[in-house]
Design a protein around this ligand. Structure first.
Ligand code: C2E
Ligand code: CA
Ligand code: CA
Length: 832
């Protein structure tokens, strides 16, 4: 076999040419005489415990044996050039990597000699000199070979240790936990920070398998990635293996490859752990704080339009946390009415202003009010790049404000705009009509029987009726027509029209729907409505004016008996003007003694004798002339002057009675005084009446009080109480205008009156209309059954008087006998 030595690496200088030929001979002898000697030596060596202990798992038995056999073979085979030298270097490296001590090498040569020497002795037994020469050459070679390999081992160890030493120095002081691992996750290096992170005793990690301490599942994945990408960064949780109850530690793990592994072998894994516990806690605290304050945070990348929302922001917006959010995506959910203001604020922010806007947003079913604030970041050229800000849930604030607004602007019972707000809305409608050159109708609705329903069925039913009325009207009207509740039983409708017929059409529908029974009660509850209408621009230029006119028209409609609609007419205003004048003048007349009483006789139908007088108020105003009580009494009732008028009349009649009944004179017949509904609903009236009568020098027994049937029916219970007190004080009571109200026999039975006055409308028509005569007959027989006296008023003819007498009526009053006369005339004609 040729020895080829490269010029740079001369053959081993320690071996002389003689030695080389001896070794060649020796090699041939071994091959010839002892085949398999090198395998045997290698086999022995590898079976040694020390070899077994250091054998890497992955190396197969045969592979190692082949390598070791080659190593032993090459000892004597040569050539001792570069190849040989490299093979010794490889052996040193392998030993360093497997951490084999130099003694293992000595052991290897021992095995070699132990196997080779017997074979050699046997082959040269006949030539001891030759054997000696061969052995000397072999010894020289072995010494040399051993030196060569030990040197290599030393060199590789030294190369590794200073580096590991520098890792140690550099990483030991790092605040981050640092591990150097073999690819199969054995710990080559661990700094104190990693041990304190995992709460392990110092030095326990080094040299151990990491899975003894940690659940390495996430790290295995990390290691696999790092071998492909060199550097991987991931947030993961470290858990102690076998300590399920130990705290899981959130860390940011950065893994990289150390390619120049200390022993020049496979690259190592460098793992750096950043403890995220503090940060996690801070983040959690921040998120908790956000949740408590209902504040979320957002960030936006303007290049991609992608927004990052905090958990709280997602929850405020009802945005699914796992869904990518973009500004445009969010815009689609912003309330249509708010979109413009949001876009404006955003444009302003893009131009450098702080972003701040409050808007509604509806994602899914949930509508929220949010206040978004933020700031954009710009590049050197002033181009916006990113933005970040907060999101505040202001829904509650808005709900509260809306609630307050509802209370201030809306009627709680029906939810309709109240009077103030209704007028504002109507004025806005009117302004729009004016600009568009259109007409507007204003309808004043007044329920006909709400008072009655309240009195008879109770306020809960009254409330129900009002809600029902609101709903029915609303259902009839379109979105751009206005319905408001402007008073207890008053509503207002405003609508654009093309002409009067439109307005009539709407009011017909309203009247029809409100004439339908409410609920299923028997008898049916029918509230009914009276409607007055005024039109813009022909009948008023402001809502206030139109409403006043519609109100007047409604008043007229009401006077037609309810369930009517009336368009405003100029005369209504004139009548109103007249009423206003009357009210002012009447108040003056009352305080200045401008009123007088006339007296009308009441006659006993049997005897024709005077049984009493009725006091009737007369007013002759210096400017307006004489005014009928039929006109001024309703004005007094409407303007709150009726109690003053009634008290005056009572006092004046009593004074006149006392004057006619002087000590020397026969007592005058009783005088009847008309009492208004307002007096009958005043519980202090009986006491006051008694005082007034006595103060005037008369007795209650001399005074009859005429109470209208309608006044009795307004609040029957209270009227009955007041009436009983009046009777207890000595007054006699007469029910006036009987037959026009709806008193039942039962109510009449409980009401302490002594007399019924048959209304003059029945008396007037009695002889022509059989129905009226039937009523008169019925009233008289009912009165007889209740043992009440009857008096017929408005008797103008002898036929009427005769008929009434025949029907059993007790007394009569009317022009047939005398009109109401001034005191002096009456006394002259009627008092003896
Ligand atoms: P009333 O109490 O029903 O009074 C009867 C009215 O009929 C009186 O009208 C009287 O003048 C009128 N009259 C009497 N006989 C006849 C007749 O044969 N034919 C016709 N067509 N009419 C007759 P007057 O005085 O104009 O009073 C009208 C109403 O004014 C009264 O109706 C009464 O309700 C009210 N009134 C008058 N004075 C007072 C008062 O002092 N207090 C109150 N509360 N009301 C009064
Ligand atoms: Ca009367
Ligand atoms: Ca009457």
């Amino acid at each position: 076999m040729a020895h080829v030595n490269s010029p740079e690496h001369p053959p081993l200088h320690t071996l002389a040419a003689a030695d080389l030929s001896l070794l060649q001979r020796l090699h041939q002898q071994l091959l010839q005489n002892c085949p398999g000697v090198f395998q045997a030596a290698a086999k022995h060596l590898l079976q040694e415990p020390i070899s077994q202990a250091h054998r890497p798992d992955d190396a197969s038995e045969t592979q190692l044996q082949q390598l070791q056999t080659a190593y032993f073979t090459s000892l004597t085979e040569g050539p001792y050039g570069e190849g040989y030298r490299q093979s010794r270097d490889q052996m040193g490296l392998a030993m360093a990597r497997l951490d084999l001590p130099p003694s293992w090498l000595a052991e290897a040569y021992r095995h070699y000699l132990q196997t080779v020497l017997p074979c050699l002795v046997q082959a040269n037994a006949a030539h001891p000199d030759e054997l000696l020469k061969l052995m000397l050459a072999l010894s020289k070679l072995l010494m040399h070979d051993m030196g060569l390999t030990t040197d290599a081992l030393q060199r590789h160890r030294q190369r590794a240790s200073p580096r590991l030493g520098s890792y140690g120095a550099a990483f030991a002081g790092l605040p981050c936990g640092t591990l150097v691992l073999t690819p199969d996750l054995n710990v080559v290096f661990a700094n104190p920070a990693v041990e304190s992170l995992l709460n392990l005793p110092a030095g326990s990690l080094l040299g151990s398998a990491l899975h003894d301490w940690l659940d390495v599942t996430p790290l295995i994945t990390l290691a696999e990635q790092v071998f492909q990408q060199n550097l991987v960064c991931e947030t993961l949780t470290l858990c102690r293996s076998g300590h399920p109850q130990a705290l899981a530690i959130p860390v940011r793990a950065t893994a990289s490859l150390l390619r120049d592994a200390p022993d020049g072998g496979e690259p190592h894994l460098l793992l750096v752990f950043e403890d995220l516990r503090q940060q996690t806690r801070l983040t959690r605290d921040l998120l908790n704080a956000q949740a408590v304050a209902s504040v979320g945070t957002w960030q936006i990348d303007l290049a991609t339009d992608v927004m990052l929302l905090s958990a709280q922001a997602c929850s405020i917006l009802n945005w699914p946390e796992d869904e990518v959010c973009t500004f445009q995506g969010l815009m689609e959910h912003i309330h249509a009415e708010d979109r413009e203001s949001v876009e404006k604020a955003w444009q302003a922010a893009l131009n450098g202003a702080p972003f701040r806007v409050e808007h509604r947003i509806q994602i899914g079913q949930r509508l929220r009010w949010v206040e978004a604030r933020g700031r954009l970041e710009y590049d050197a050229h002033g181009q916006p790049l990113k933005g970040h800000g907060t999101l505040l849930d202001t829904s509650e604030r808005h709900l509260a404000a809306e609630h307050l607004q509802r209370l201030a602007f809306y009627d709680v019972l029906t939810g309709l705009p109240n009077r103030t707000h209704g007028l504002v809305l109507a004025q806005q409608m009117l302004d729009r009509c004016e600009r568009a050159g259109r007409q507007l109708a204003l309808l004043f609705l007044d329920l006909d029987r709400l008072q009655e329903i309240n009195d008879i069925l109770g306020h809960a039913m009254g409330d129900h009726v009002l809600r029902e009325v609101a709903q029915r009207c609303q259902a009839l009207l379109c979105k751009d027509q206005l319905l408001a509740r402007i008073g207890g039983d008053e509503f207002m409708v405003a609508c654009e029209i093309d002409g009067l017929e439109d307005a009539r059409h709407i009011s017909r529908h309203l009247m029809h729907t409100l004439a339908q029974p409410i609920g299923t009660a028997t008898p049916p509850v029918e509230v009914g409505v009276s409607i007055g209408m005024a039109l813009f621009p022909s009948q008023g230029h402001t809502v206030e004016e139109l409403l006043k006119h519609a109100d007047l028209a409604m008043f007229k409609a009401k006077s037609l008996g309810g369930g009517h609609c009336q368009l405003y007419e100029q005369q209504m205003s004139e009548r109103l003007h007249r009423r206003n004048t009357l009210a002012t003048r009447l108040a003056k007349a009352l305080s200045r003694g401008g009123l007088h009483l006339h007296y009308q006789p009441k006659i006993d139908l049997h005897s024709g004798r005077l049984t009493g007088l009725e006091a009737l108020a007369r007013w002759d105003d210096p400017e307006l002339g004489p005014i009928s009580p039929g006109e001024f009494v309703p004005v007094a009732e409407e303007r709150g002057l009726i109690v003053q008028l009634g008290d005056w009349a009572l006092h004046e009649a009593s004074r006149q009675w006392a004057a006619w009944s002087g000590p020397a004179l026969r007592p005058a017949p009783p005088i009847a005084v008309n009492v208004s509904a307002a007096q009958m609903s005043d519980e202090s009236f009986p006491d006051r009446a008694t005082q007034l009568v006595r103060a005037a020098g008369a007795r209650p027994e001399a005074i009859e009080l005429e109470i209208t049937e309608t006044a009795m029916m307004l609040d029957p219970e209270r009227a009955r109480r007041v009436a009983s007190q009046l009777v207890a004080a000595g007054f006699n009571l007469t029910l006036d205008d009987f037959g026009t109200g709806y008193a039942s026999m039962a109510q009449l039975k409980n009401f302490p009156v002594g007399k019924l006055k048959i209304d003059m409308s029945f008396v007037r028509d009695m002889l022509r209309a059989p129905a009226d005569q039937a009523i008169v007959t019925a009233v008289i027989s009912m009165a007889q059954a209740l043992r009440l006296r009857t008096v017929a008023e408005g008797v103008e003819t002898p036929e009427q008087a005769r008929t009434l007498l025949a029907l059993g009526c007790d007394e009569a009053q009317g022009y047939h006998y005398a009109p109401a006369l001034p005191p002096r005339l009456l006394a002259a004609d009627w008092l003896p």
